[in-house]
Design a protein around this ligand. Structure first.
Ligand code: ADP
Length: 302
């Protein structure tokens, strides 16, 4: 089987809330996979099912083709809410987590030393967790997820609280983990990060999968080209061009969405009769565009 994880018809209810509704998709091996969706979409619930905190009400999760897998040993998890023992010292916490994840006792110290260098945390081993900045607590959470060299990393909003240097370092580490052979699943609200990091993605909304596939295939499926237009004049004059919607308009720079019927040459001709156009380029829809279009309106996007 080529997939690292197969999610098959997973449904999860909390009292009256249907958090996941027959969710099915596969996560390919050895790549960074993005789980995207607005707040409340069901991402955390799905991740908790993946790591075995929750059982699905219906459906199943199949990891590396093995339904009876001892998940804990193969998965490293970074939870969204910082669940660290605040009063423990950094070294004690790392030692404890490594031991319960089955790292051989003789290797624990060297793994901690190596890991601390890797996440670029210096001189903090004797401090209590509560004394660390939020960003450094997030680095520690990543290290805990990595210590036992898991096959699968499940990272819930991993970039939370990190400064730009921390974000870049974490991205490098995730790419290194893929090179090591791991499969990495991240949830994020940051569309630019998902675009940069993830080869495949699933977009969930109200507990249902609304898009799944490679970034390219999702962009193609969107099927709506964008034009970036630099202009002078009154942009109101273009509102009546058929098949064209203004997505953004700032500093004499328009971002237009063309629906499937609009022909690009016709639109360019129309634009030039109404505005002084200095530059036009065609662009693929960004994940941000796709996300906003699918999730931003209240219609059922399926
Ligand atoms: P996301 O991670 O995409 O923000 P969640 O998986 O946290 O979404 O939540 C999905 C839905 O399930 C939300 O409506 C949320 O309120 C509900 N939910 C999640 N966990 C629980 C829980 N433990 N008890 C009750 N409702 C929950």
């Amino acid at each position: 089987m080529d997939a690292a994880i197969q999610i098959d018809g997973v449904t999860k209810r909390f009292r009256n809330t249907l958090a996941l509704d027959r969710v099915s998709f596969t996560v390919p091996r050895q790549e960074i996979f993005g789980l995207l969706g607005p707040n409340g979409a069901g991402k955390t619930t799905l991740m908790r099912i993946l790591i075995g905190i929750f059982a699905p009400d219906e459906g199943c999760v199949n990891v590396y083709g093995d339904r009876s897998i001892r998940l804990k040993e193969r998965i490293g998890y970074l939870p969204e809410d910082r669940g660290l023992y605040q009063k423990m010292k950094v070294y004690d916490l790392l030692h404890y987590c490594a031991a319960i994840k089955g790292v051989p006792r003789i290797e624990i110290d060297s793994r901690i030393e190596e890991g601390i260098k890797r996440i670029e945390l210096t001189g903090e081993l004797n401090q209590k967790i509560q004394e660390l900045s939020k960003g450094n607590q997030q680095r520690i959470q990543l290290l805990i997820a990595l210590l036992h060299k898991p096959d699968i990393l499940v990272l819930d909003e991993p970039f939370t609280s990190l400064d730009p240097i921390g974000v870049d370092r974490m991205k490098q580490i995730l790419n290194e983990e893929v090179e090591r052979g791991a499969t990495v699943i991240i949830s994020t609200h940051r569309m630019e990060d998902a675009e940069q990091l993830c080869k495949s993605l699933t977009l969930i909304h109200r507990g249902r999968v609304i898009r799944h596939g490679t970034l390219n295939s999702i962009q193609q499926e969107e099927g709506q080209d964008r034009l970036i237009v630099e202009y002078q004049g009154d942009s109101k004059s273009i509102q009546s061009i058929p098949g064209v919607a203004i997505e953004d308009n700032q500093d004499h720079r328009l971002r237009l969405r063309l629906n499937g019927d609009a022909s690009i040459p016709d639109v360019i001709r129309e634009l030039s009769t109404r505005l002084d156009v200095y530059n036009i380029v065609k662009a693929a829809p960004t994940l941000h565009d796709i996300f906003v279009r699918l999730v931003g309106n209240q219609e059922d996007p399926s």
